[in-house]
Design a protein around this ligand. Structure first.
Ligand code: B16
Ligand code: MG
Length: 218
């Protein structure tokens, strides 16, 4: 049977932690007198912690010393982790276990490809660690999405060529990273946001096993 490498983003694909990132960034923005909207938040999805704060400061026309920058970033992560601490398997997005189990049953290699440095902790909280053959996260990369590094490392771990990999992503930056890596990109979310993806679904309940089978055999 033919094999493909299946790479999953974490935030917004496996779990809905995007809402927690939003709440924590919003609190930070407010504390320094910067307005922060959901539209702006969309541009932070898939973007590293450092880059996210840089963008918020740019939008608010603020400059900070290095010490202030680092302490705000640490504070944001503390707030974010307080939400994570309460997570359990109920926060796994619909039909994610179904697709992971289907891929495992079909002997397909699976990796995580996330920008988050908290990825392992989150996977443990929702009890999904053992579904992955490889985990590549924000601790393993030096270049943030839309750079394809995270997905290229994941492909290496799975021993698959990039063109034989399929990436599930909820962010514009992540879809661009998958496309640049020469992988099939599957957007999970809204058509109007993720139009650069090869395929787009609102969530995994829309993805039939027959679609996955076609990807495996293409
Ligand atoms: P952390 P993903 C990304 O995760 C999030 O989408 C993004 O909002 C966040 O800033 C980034 O991880 C870094 O996360 O602060 O936990 O290291 O979507 O690539 O799984
Ligand atoms: Mg994401």
């Amino acid at each position: 049977m033919s094999k493909k490498g299946f790479i999953f983003d974490l935030d917004g694909v496996i779990v809905d932690t995007a809402k927690y990132h939003f709440l924590a960034w919003q609190k930070l923005a407010k504390s320094i007198g910067v307005d922060f909207t959901e539209v702006q938040n969309e541009q932070l999805k898939g973007v590293s912690r450092v880059k996210s704060l840089e963008k918020i400061l740019e939008w608010g026309n603020k400059t900070l010393s290095e010490d202030q920058f680092n302490s705000l970033m640490a504070k944001k992560n503390e707030d974010y982790l307080s939400y994570i601490a309460k997570m359990d398997h109920n926060e796994i997005l619909p039909d994610v276990p179904k697709i992971l189990n289907y891929l495992i049953a079909q002997n397909q290699p699976i990796s995580l490809g996330s920008a988050s440095k908290n990825a392992r902790q989150i996977l443990k909280k929702v009890d999904l660690m053992d579904k992955f053959d490889a985990i590549v996260d924000g601790n393993d990369v030096s270049k943030a999405k839309p750079n394809p590094e995270v997905f290229l490392i994941a492909a290496q771990h799975l021993n698959m060529k990039p063109e034989d990999c399929i990436v599930f992503e909820d962010s514009v930056a992540g879809v661009q990273a998958a496309n640049t890596a020469n992988m099939i990109s599957i957007g999970i979310g809204e058509q109007k946001v993720l139009h650069e993806a090869d395929y787009i679904f609102s969530d995994f309940t829309e993805i039939e096993n027959s679609f996955i089978e076609k990807l495996i055999n293409r």
